[in-house]
Design a protein around this ligand. Sequence first.
Ligand code: MN
Length: 136
Amino acid sequence: MNGASNPERMTIRRSGERLTRSPAGVSTAPIQVEPLLDGGQDGENTAMRTVLDPGTITNWHAHPRGQLLYVVSGTGRVQSDGGPIITVRQGDSVWFAPGERHWHGAAPDDTFSYISIQSVQDGRAVDWFEPVEMRP
Ligand code: MN
């Protein structure tokens, strides 16, 4: 988070104009991220469109105020700590509760893109943990 507030008036971001890469060390491979809302103040929403290559998954992490994830295209997998790995597809949405340890990623044979919304608490919208160890 950059500490800035969301814009105070109508703001248009043109498609692709803010494409970035995820920070290193939070996923098994780099992830393409297009920030849609950068809110950094407590209670503001952040939002982004994310694209993962086949097989790329995030580390374990949690969102202090929860996260809504909406699948735009492809095939994804999600898991809450202690639960099963669940496949999600275009049009599905997933809510991760505040503080719930989870990961999300692309299926091994398909790309995965989603839009996510997560609000800020104590200046951040995510807490990153260790990589996921896949069991056979
Ligand atoms: Mn998440």
